[in-house]
Design a protein around this ligand. Structure first.
Ligand code: FEO
Length: 396
């Protein structure tokens, strides 16, 4: 057993680091890796909470056996069925054939569909309990945090919440498991990025879940990704509360793409004017070179966004088209929006950005600024006017 596997009375970490996968969900960069967390609760009866991504199974099983040896596991609690956590259900079932899979109706539909398991299913409803001995598991249904079947499990005797994806972050663990034993600085922005990439569409359900959990005494939060939270619980819960309410700081994310530098030049004019107007937090990104993962993260941090694109074959430039599709899949509340674009012989980018702006929930601060071929006095002045309108709109 690893020296630091014991988290608190009878609860052990049995998860694994993954520093090899480069894209989470095939989409989101993992420069610091990721963890798949799973936990073992050892009592008269033994419960395993969630599993891990299947490629890590061998390490996972070794972790489990190092703690319980040849003892059998009584329950496998499935808080979330996305395969980064459910991937090892079939292999665990093969190793522990009598294990009872604990979940809700929606869980079991997915267990059968993904893994062909339809026996030894133990259905729980909101508020129901399972006693393991001195440990008691209570179940809270938290749908859409992040899938419909999502639930959370609270262990009463240790005040430990097994929260699924909620409160999780990118980043492998570097030796320590619990926040009190490590420097957590590098995980904060990775938590915002994780929220914005994975859970960002579901601000409303996150708020409902937070309300449901509000009266619980929390000493440990064991999520499925990143550190176990103990010392920093207040900060972590506050961060999720802010993100899911749509709260943000004063600042502007200015994202553009540019083939030959003309749209980039307009972006630089806008950035300079934002600064001249006193905006302190300005994040300028070229969508061709910065992954959307980071741009979405910053859009959750700041209350203003400006998007610029050249016209390309009568459409938006593809990196901006792709970014907009990702923005449309998320829940951005209380954001101010500006947009600009360019063309050579027939304008289209600004029209497309205008349709996007009209359809989304953000407040448009200025009509789209359009530039033909390159900046001139008139388009420069328009770009600055957009920046002034945005600076005014984001001030708190
Ligand atoms: Fe970490 Fe929604 O799975």
């Amino acid at each position: 057993m690893k020296k630091n596997a014991l988290i608190t009375g009878g609860i052990y970490y049995v998860g694994a680091n993954d520093r090899r996968t480069t894209l989470f969900e095939g989409l989101w960069p993992l420069p610091m890796g990721v963890t798949y967390n799973s936990y073992l609760i050892v009592d008269e009866k033994i419960a395993l909470v969630d599993t891990i991504e299947i490629s890590c199974f061998e390490r996972y099983l070794a972790n489990i056996k190092s703690i319980i040896g040849d003892r059998q596991i009584d329950y496998l609690v499935i808080n979330h069925m996305e395969p980064d956590h459910s991937g090892a259900i079939g292999l665990i079932k093969r190793e522990y054939p009598n294990i009872q899979i604990v979940g809700n109706k929606k869980t079991f539909n997915m267990v059968q569909g993904f893994y062909g398991v339809s026996e030894y299913l133990y259905e729980v409803k909101n508020g129901e309990e399972i006693k393991l001995g001195t440990h008691t598991l209570q179940f809270y249904m938290t749908p859409m945090v992040h899938w419909p079947e999502t639930m959370m499990t609270y262990e009463v005797s240790t005040s430990t919440l097994f929260s699924g994806d909620a409160f999780g972050c990118y980043g492998a663990l570097n030796g320590a498991i619990v926040d009190s034993d490590m420097d957590v600085a590098s995980y904060w922005m990775e938590m915002v990025r994780y929220y914005s990439n994975i859970v960002g569409k579901f601000g409303g359900p996150v708020q409902k879940a937070l309300m449901k959990l509000a009266d619980l005494d929390l000493k440990y939060i064991c999520s499925t990704h990143g550190p176990v939270w103990h010392d920093k619980i207040a900060e972590v819960v506050n961060m999720y509360d802010r993100l899911s309410k749509g709260e943000s700081d004063e600042g502007v994310v200015l994202v553009y793409a540019s083939m030959y530098g003309n749209t980039a030049e307009m972006a630089e004019e806008i950035a300079a004017e934002l600064s001249a107007q006193g905006v302190q937090h300005i994040r300028v990104y070229d969508a061709s070179t910065t992954d959307a993962s980071y741009i979405l993260r910053d859009m959750y941090l700041y209350n203003g966004v400006i998007i610029g694109s050249p016209t390309y074959n009568g459409e938006l430039f593809p990196p901006i088209e792709s970014l907009i599709s990702k923005i449309n899949m998320r829940d951005f509340k209380q954001r101010k929006l500006g947009y600009f674009g360019s063309f050579t012989w027939a304008g289209c980018a600004v029209k497309r950005l205008s349709s996007f702006a009209e359809a989304c929930d953000m407040d448009i601060v200025y009509e789209g600024v359009e530039m033909k071929q390159s900046l001139n006095n008139d388009s420069t002045e328009q770009a600055r006017a957009l920046a002034r309108a945005m600076a005014q709109a984001v001030k708190k």
